[in-house]
Design a protein around this ligand. Sequence first.
Ligand code: FAD
Length: 390
Amino acid sequence: MRTQVGIVGAGPAGLLLSHLLHLEGIESVVVETRSREYVEHRVRAGVLEHGPVELLKQAGVGARLVREGLQHHGIELRFGGRGHRIDFPSLTGGRSITVYGQQEVVKDLIRARLAADGRILFEAGALGVDGVDSSAPLVRYRQGDHEGELSCDFVAGCDGSHGICRGAIPAGALTVYEKEYPFAWLGILAAASPSTEELIYAYHERGFALHSMRSPQIGRLYVQVRPDETLDGWPDERIWSELQARLALEGWSLTEGPILEKGITAMRSSVVEPIQYGRLFLAGDAAHIVPATGAKGLNLAVADVRVLAEALAAWYRHGRTDLLERYSATCLRRVWRAEHFSWWMTSMLHRFEGDGAFEQRLQLAQLRYVCGSRAAATTLAENYVGLESV
Ligand SMILES: Cc1cc2nc3c(=O)[nH]c(=O)nc-3n(C[C@H](O)[C@H](O)[C@H](O)COP(=O)(O)OP(=O)(O)OC[C@H]3O[C@@H](n4cnc5c(N)ncnc54)[C@H](O)[C@@H]3O)c2cc1C
């Protein structure tokens, strides 16, 4: 099989890239190891910055997002028995965020690609990428009993943190920067109406908790847990009691409901440099991971493919190579800004084993400063809603 751009992975990065390329008249084929059903129901991120929302709308895949997404104008930081609201529009010139599940973005993109006769090969796992330093790279894949080859002009490695594309870059050409945080997040999806309209980030002596949502009927909540914990130790009652304790506030109550899904996600940062080698371009989680505290993973994936689609369009339309050559450096500026913001939020809000009263007072001093100083609140707000340029 032959196409112009071979895309590995039908997550948000791969699907949006395929759609944006289609709008530029560029052909692509997406190879995805999982089924359509699986990727459309994989619950992960759900906070979209202002920029990605505008991009999805402009690209003609934002109708349901506008209809069903929950626009939020702020978040609450809860600590010391009080809630403090950070108001986004007044601090960022009118910007906000939209809560809309990543799996819904994926559904919208798949529908748009298939409606335009786009090719997505589901249950087709990429086995390897060859010839990335030639002008005719190749994706080898297996779909059922069939082993196929996809020859293309360029390969986009959008295959997440456990994908195979990164491995096609020679070890010596790549530097990996990593940080493991000494805790994980236990996240639940619950049939429980959100107890408040906006997200609550709670700093508590028992550990961090986040109150979030996916719709007016479905809550998404998290508690900080040890990195080695398993779900066996967390029956539903324990999860709710921990959430009740960490989010407690006089005059406010947390609504409980049946837990529909639960999982534990490691908190880590990882960045690969460069994110391009020859004709292979990495995008999204294949290139970088952020801890979820800053809600940046999905947004970075969107930012990468926007840059990549523009660069590929300039190559196909005008033979320009400069944007492709700058792809890695352009994306990495935003990636490192997001890594810093995510690390900063994580450091301010979590309990670190081994920390004593001194470190905890530093965290509280920082939280009070963020809530009390317009300059400090603006730092949080403008990073959270997403910086226009980095
Ligand atoms: C468990 C989990 C929970 C998360 N929760 C949050 C959250 O609460 N908030 C937040 O902001 N962010 C969260 N994130 C991060 C966010 O979801 C990611 O940043 C986002 O999914 C990145 O999109 P992507 O398209 O780059 O990668 P992915 O969504 O990972 O997509 C990669 C795709 O490639 C496919 N693939 C992998 N290997 C192959 C192969 N060999 N051949 C073909 N296809 C392949 C995968 O099946 C997948 O569909 C979470 C991530 C994970 C893993």
